[in-house]
Design a binder for this molecule. Structure first.
Ligand code: PMP
Length: 314
């Protein structure tokens, strides 16, 4: 789908996965004027195909487009593109328990422009691929608190899914992986005292049955899984606090888990900070496990969707 700056996107077309035509001087290639989204399609036991809250992804893209001075598809255009791509690849959605279909909407500045200014044309594409489970073993997350590199600064783009948020974290992630950790946990850029999020997931801390997660005040991506987990936890009667969490609080937390479309609800095994390693409860009977079961139950159609979150494909 294409449009000129400030205009509406035209009707899209379905094509085979392949190369996309780009202007070498496009905004995305030269200045990183691009936004992504990520969501999944799930096959249920009775062969229905469900999407999980796709309009939330559409709204997040619109929010990002506003920050990045981009034209964006309407919510309806976004959701229709997602439905169409899944529908036409329906047979590739893995069976329940074996994986899901990951869908990647991508919005890019794509005009024949030169200057450092919003692109004159925009392209919106959506592609999809079957994926297995992100971390094969639940609770295999061994995080390290990142002390040198920061992910997002106040007033920056950390709160939207700008493509430029990702390349800058390759270095801290690869350094952490080289030391045997699964992922990094970023701190706030101003004081370096507060926990923000992992590389592609939000973080939750449990202590004495109170669930806490950092507030999404511009430097943390407002995860759709995060939002859903907060809502499920409150329905279950848990007290959920969105508040600044000091890194020291990780040491006496009972449970820590990460949430995201890819990681779902994944209990953290350990967090290392300044060479001090703290291990957590995980698995059967934990708060994270309970929330995981309900969320995946809704997504896979095994639990009745009283929240009205799933969208069934025709
Ligand atoms: N934080 C970041 C930086 C992410 O890339 C993601 C993945 N989109 C998340 C959090 C989790 O967001 P969601 O639950 O919408 O997948």
């Amino acid at each position: 789908m294409n449009c000129s700056k400030g205009q509406k996107f035209s009707q899209g077309t379905l094509t085979r996965f392949g190369k996309t035509e780009m202007n070498p001087s496009s905004g995305i290639l030269n200045y990183g004027q691009g936004l992504i989204e990520g969501l999944k399609a799930y096959r249920t036991r009775n062969e229905r195909i469900l999407l999980f809250r796709p309009e939330e992804n559409a709204m997040r893209m619109q929010m990002g487009a506003e920050r990045m001075c981009m034209s964006s598809p309407t919510i309806e255009q976004f959701v229709n593109a997602v439905k169409q791509i899944v529908h036409s690849n329906r047979r590739w959605v893995p069976p329940p328990g074996k994986g899901t279909m990951y869908i990647r909407p991508l919005l890019m500045g794509n005009g024949p422009d030169l200057g450092v200014a919003p692109a004159s044309e925009y392209t919106f594409v959506t592609y999809a691929s079957p994926v297995g489970n992100y971390h094969k073993v639940l609770g295999a997350l061994n995080l390290v608190v990142e002390e040198k590199f920061r992910r997002a600064t106040p007033g920056g783009t950390g709160g939207v899914k700008a493509i430029t948020n990702y390349a800058i974290i390759y270095k801290p992630i690869s350094e952490a992986k080289a030391k045997g950790f699964t992922d990094v946990l970023f701190l706030d850029a101003v004081t370096g005292k507060y926990v923000e999020e992992a590389s592609t997931s939000n973080i939750f801390v449990v202590k004495e049955n109170v669930i806490s997660t950092p507030p999404t005040n511009g430097t943390i991506l407002p995860g759709i899984t995060r939002k859903s987990i907060i809502e499920i936890a409150r329905v279950l009667g848990y007290q959920v606090e969105e508040r600044a969490i000091l890194v020291e609080e990780l040491f006496d937390a009972e449970e820590v888990f990460c949430t995201g479309t890819a990681v779902v609800v994944n209990p953290v095994n350990s967090i290392t900070y300044q060479d001090k390693r703290t291990e957590y409860k995980r698995g059967v009977g934990t708060v994270g496990q309970k929330l995981y079961e309900i969320l995946t139950g809704i997504q896979s159609g095994c639990i009745e969707d009283e929240m009205g979150w799933t969208v069934e494909l025709d």
